[in-house]
Design a protein around this ligand. Structure first.
Ligand code: CDP
Length: 224
């Protein structure tokens, strides 16, 4: 039997605040690919759990929450039980909850098939933590996007301030470093660079430079 064709997926992984969201959105628009923000899926589960008062541990309460919860995509927007949650997904406490719940096997299992089905159906730019290592290990292009912790905190500070969620810079940096440490040290699907991922360090690069570099890599792989 012949092997299934590799997915037309660009996998972009990396730590918090490296610019994966902005780069993925711009790259997808430029290439005419769909964008899949997998972090938003984990954030949706974190938000639902916070609202329901469910703790980040495997158990009956989590099982019931996951069984009832509908997480879907409408274009690039994530719907939680049919509702687009928008900026609520970006709140700092939701970031922390997303990372707490993303450690759990039942949570990752719930989201894996959804991500693979979307990636199999169309050309996609998919960003997250385990896209090149676990979700799409056959992706023809993998990028590991990173930057210094300070640069990432500064980027996140601006993003939060623009949404009316101002926080001191040191606090933002502490939060993203704590989340990266938790994401990188978990036993299942930890944050790490796939061996065949191209490293892009955005510390000294503007968004347009990063997008241009990624676009060049994509054209080298997919043509166009
Ligand atoms: O935007 P930012 O990089 O801060 O975070 P995100 O991509 O929205 O992801 C939020 C959290 O979801 C991460 O800290 C991870 O714990 C989790 N996540 C994951 O475990 N696997 C993914 N593929 C994507 C996100």
């Amino acid at each position: 039997m012949s092997q299934p064709a590799p997915p037309r997926v660009i996998a972009i992984d990396g730590p918090a605040g490296a610019g994966k969201s902005s780069v993925s959105a711009a790259l997808a628009a430029r290439l005419g690919f769909t964008r899949l923000d997998t972090g938003a899926l984990y954030r949706a589960i974190g938000l639902a759990a916070l609202r329901a008062g469910v703790r980040a541990e495997e158990g009956e309460a989590l099982r019931a929450l996951l069984a009832d919860l509908r997480v879907e995509l409408d274009g690039a927007e994530v719907l939680l039980d049919g509702v687009a949650e928008g900026d609520a997904l970006r709140r700092p406490e939701v970031s922390a909850a997303a990372s707490d719940f993303a450690r759990l096997p039942s949570v990752r299992a719930k989201l894996l098939d959804l991500q693979r089905a979307i990636g199999a159906a169309q050309a996609c730019v998919v960003d997250g933590r385990d896209i090149g290592t676990v979700v799409f290990p056959d992706a023809p292009l993998k990028i590991y996007l990173t930057a210094s912790a300070r640069a990432r905190a500064e980027r996140r500070l601006l993003e939060l301030a623009a949404k009316g969620m101002a926080q001191p810079l040191d606090e933002v940096q502490r939060e993203i470093e704590a989340r990266d440490a938790q994401d990188a040290s978990r036993p299942i699907a930890p944050l790490r660079r796939a061996e065949d991922a191209v490293l892009v360090d955005a510390t000294a690069l503007g968004l347009e430079e990063v997008v241009a570099r990624c676009c060049g890599l994509a054209r080298g792989v997919f043509g166009g």
